[in-house]
Design a protein around this ligand. Sequence first.
Ligand SMILES: Cc1ncc(C[n+]2csc(CCOP(=O)(O)OP(=O)(O)O)c2C)c(N)n1
Length: 664
Amino acid sequence: MTEIRELIRFNRKKLSNDLLIDLYVGMLKPRMIEEKMLKQLRQGKISKWFAGIGQEAISTGVTLALRQDELIFPMHRNLAVFVNRKVPLHRLFSQWQGKSEGFTKGRDRSFHFGTLEYSIVGMISHLGPQLALACGAALAYKLRGENKIAVAFSGEGGTSEGDFHEAMNVAAVWDLPVIFVIENNGYGLSTPSADQFKCKKLSERGVGYGMEAIAIDGNNVLEVYKTVSKYARKMREDPKPLLLECMTFRLRGHEEASGTKYVPQELMDYWKLRDPLDLYEVYLQEEGVLSDEEITKFRSDIKLEIEKNLLLASDDHFVESTIALEETDVFASFESEDQTTSSSTSEMRLVDAISDGLDIAMQRHDNLILMGQDIAEYGGVFKITQGLSQKYGTDRVRNTPLCESAIVGTAVGLSLEGFKSMVEMQFSDFVTCGFNQIVNNVAKLHYRWSQNVDVVIRMPTGGGVGAGPFHSQSIESWFMHIPGLKIVYPSTPEDAKGLLLAAFEDPNPVMYFEHKALYRNLSGQVPSGYYITPIGKARIAREGNAATIITYGMGVIWANELAEKEGYSLEILDLRSLAPLDYEAIDLAVKKTNRVLVLHEATLTGGIGAEIAAYINENLFDYLDAPVMRAASLDTPVPFAAHLEQQFLPKDRIYTQVENLINY
Ligand SMILES: Cc1ncc(C[n+]2csc(CCOP(=O)(O)OP(=O)(O)O)c2C)c(N)n1
């Protein structure tokens, strides 16, 4: 047995026999489930399997060291997290077979789901983005003074993603109680660690982030359990993150079909000897904690439990759905109340209307957190949040490090814990750095496992201010292509405030575009106090009979100017919301004037104009007296020099286009 002692150094210290057994069963059960799943895979009953065999000590040790209500963010090899949180096995089996008792109504696979009932939030395929969600959950714990921690898992391959660095940094800067567990299993798919990172140990990176970091033997369940217990106790009292690298090995292929040919045999042989379950079993026998009979009994009980639950899953039916249900489930249901506006109004610039809306939302929702670069004392680069941090404190109005992805992820984590949040992008152009989180996490969460994302993303947008290709873009159509996002784009101060307040009422994610060239150049009467402008409802900005301009944002200003100057009887439909689109209003507009120009500041190709033109063509062709026309910016990046930008924008071209449309 000396050989075994050399391989893994178990030391129970004062741990009770019951706990030692729990840790044993905590590893044995997922191991036996996986062995069964490998058979099911061969029988074609499940589609894919990412084995965690040989890594169970990490998930088991971590999960049993936490409290049941502390959120865990597992990855694809962490079945033991689910098993030790006592997620019913038949529901897991149904999930893997895409059946109705699973967690995703057949909409997502394997471990790609969360269940707040068991305080688990599963991964998305992109791996890294999940880490920042743990920051959000931990921030929620900290803001509520809850003495809890969150745990997020990553493979060593995932640590090369930018999202890993962003999440570490946010957790360190904000002193968030998160344990980042790296399961260093030697290979990311076929890529060995030597091709993945240059440092000797990933835990060395902790110094750079300014956080405590250690590396432990991930095959030693007692070491994992004791380490996590010790740090969790400390972190609950004194919130700070920990980077915990657990050294382990992947004993099977990345997923079953891909094999392990690229792994040197001696390495595989060595780690097979270090099997965390086999060696622990021997240790418990040596310690007199576990007898042969008990082992046999545990195994036969678990076998029975698996068989019983498999039967339940096989009796379960495949998900029945309809197109309508699938479409409805993209969003959490929400009826916005059409509130009467206050009778008193005052003249406000666009910028002031947005600030006023934020202030009112902060009073109305004491669970609303504002986050963004320089938004606290400095008031944001456009001064929209000026004064709010003094009024509501820096816990609720938070300056963030420069990391859009992690902050959007943090917002999702806050939402999981019942907070509302707003993320201010300094310029809409920078939303590209948070794109992955928005389109893959934010937009898809509700459809995947019925969890709403209560986040508003505000973006100063648009050109005309000589700011060049990276501070001027109109990017709203990118998001229109992503089911699961609501998009609003006001063109008046009144709507700016009303749509913002509506966005905060709505439990779904709302992308809020605000044209920065209008901030201080556009004023109008704004009702005082709280009111909402319902999302998804267009407005007629000007009545006319000769033709309709369907537009939004700056387009409304240009169209009005044109109508004033040229004296045409133009109807102007201000969409206000781009998702959902107000098709009813579009129908009415087309039927009224029979001639339509769709106008937007964004570039032409693949734009919103194309979408609306296609809709009209398909549904309202008989009402048209002229082809639907589009006016948009040139298909080039936004140029810097004023005369080039003027040429880029559609503003000057619409005069001829409208003339052609009316005379067609
Ligand atoms: C952003 C992204 N790029 C590539 C992949 C494909 N992929 C899935 S898992 C994986 C390897 C992950 O390695 P690691 O993080 O070490 O975890 P392990 O699978 O070893 O547990 C790769 C490349 C992906 N899922 N997401």
